[in-house]
Design a protein around this ligand. Structure first.
Ligand SMILES: Cc1cc2nc3c(=O)[nH]c(=O)nc-3n(C[C@H](O)[C@H](O)[C@H](O)COP(=O)(O)OP(=O)(O)OC[C@H]3O[C@@H](n4cnc5c(N)ncnc54)[C@H](O)[C@@H]3O)c2cc1C
Length: 346
């Protein structure tokens, strides 16, 4: 008997489980390590802006402080560093400059835009005529975070490595049961696998496949993250993650030659140095039709809950919304953000 069963140990399950541990709430977390997880391959880029119309990312001012606070707590808990802050350089076309200047003059993005400038020559990159430089940007080494937390959960006897089949989950008056485990509630955090979860309404996800590569480039500058149509993220030892693609027509976890070609074509427009491809990954982002996370307890079955829909920005969203999710589980009357409520699909 435990209080909560969490299914899935990607970013969503990991952050929710971390909060339960922190609050000394009994739980078990089930993960099938053979089931691919977007979190284990994602680049983990942290970027507060949406470049298209140069706006702040949804709720950035609220999400950012919680994100840095939570990850630094977890770094301390695990005695490892998985967050790296690094300035991001966004090469600009001449016609972009007035909009960037306007945003700087308006003063609403002073936390995030450091400056616009020109003529930047970085080792291994083609000369950048105009650019914007961003602050509070960086990356989260998600693979390290997820696997270190898996080790931590194992040590504390929270983790069950198994594949959960929906048909094996049963409900009685007050409890939910799976194999020999019983709990007050089960929370699904299975990433894109929950797009086909028979226990919840269908057709709310609009999944996005993504591919990225890792390269080694001995003479490429490692001081900044470059972001123009794709990102070039230094990860140390002359290694860089380069990504990502957005594909909506074919949803699977297979790497493709087209995906690789798309990335290499864009990369070659940005850099002029030799490199070797070390890795190529593909995964599926749990993106929702209205682009908002999904949090909630099932209105017709209060033993059933979901925390999902972290989409393209899981690193920013998971810390804040895992806290809201736990508050909701502990007190179902808690008012959470309207836009993320599971109720919107009923
Ligand atoms: C190519 C790519 C690049 C990305 N880049 C970024 C980025 O730069 N920045 C950013 O913020 N976000 C990025 N994302 C998005 C980010 O990865 C997601 O928002 C986030 O990882 C989703 O986490 P999740 O826990 O919901 O899902 P997942 O990470 O997919 O986790 C699902 C979990 O459920 C488990 N599971 C599934 N089915 C079962 C079952 N039946 N039984 C037991 N366990 C099960 C899986 O093993 C896994 O542990 C990227 C995604 C992709 C694909």
């Amino acid at each position: 008997m435990t209080k909560y069963i969490i299914v899935g140990q990607g970013l969503a399950g990991t952050l929710l489980a971390y909060r339960m541990h922190k609050n000394k709430i009994p739980f078990k977390i089930i993960v099938d390590p053979a089931q691919k997880s977007a979190s284990e391959i994602a680049a983990g880029l942290i970027n507060p802006l949406v470049f298209k119309r140069l706006t702040k990312s949804w709720m950035a001012d609220t999400l950012f402080p919680k994100m840095y606070e939570t990850y630094s707590e977890m770094e301390e808990l695990l005695s490892i560093k998985f967050i790296k802050q690094k300035e991001m350089i966004k090469p600009l076309a001449k016609q972009d400059i007035p909009m960037w200047q306007k945003r700087i003059d308006q003063g609403k993005m002073n936390h995030y835009i450091d400056r616009i400038d020109k003529n930047l020559k970085l080792d291994g990159f083609k000369e950048i005529e105009h650019y914007g430089a961003l602050m509070q940007t960086g990356s989260c080494n998600l693979n390290l975070l997820i696997l270190s937390m898996r080790h931590f959960f194992k040590q504390h006897n929270y983790l069950i490595e198994d594949h959960l089949k929906i048909d094996d989950v049963t409900f009685t008056d007050k409890y939910v049961h799976w194999k020999d485990l019983s709990a007050e509630k089960i929370i699904f955090c299975r990433g894109y696998q929950d797009a086909k979860n028979a226990l919840f309404p269908a057709d709310n996800f609009y999944l996005t496949k993504g591919e990225l590569i890792e390269i080694e480039a001995k003479s490429l500058c490692e001081d900044y993250i470059l972001n123009k149509n794709l990102f070039v993220l230094p990860t140390g030892n002359h290694h860089f993650k380069v990504g990502a693609t957005y594909q909506w027509d074919t949803i699977n976890e297979e790497t493709s030659e087209e995906g690789k070609l798309e990335l290499l074509t864009k990369l070659d427009k940005l850099i002029d140095t030799d490199y070797t491809i070390l890795n190529h990954w593909a995964g599926v982002r749990p993106t929702v039709k209205d682009r908002r996370p999904i949090l909630g307890i099932h209105p017709q079955n209060d033993r059933l809950a979901i925390f999902n829909g972290l989409g393209t920005k899981g690193v920013m969203l998971a810390p804040y919304f895992s806290e809201q999710m736990l508050e909701l589980l502990e007190n179902p009357q808690t008012e959470i953000n309207e836009e993320v409520k599971l109720d919107r699909f009923f």
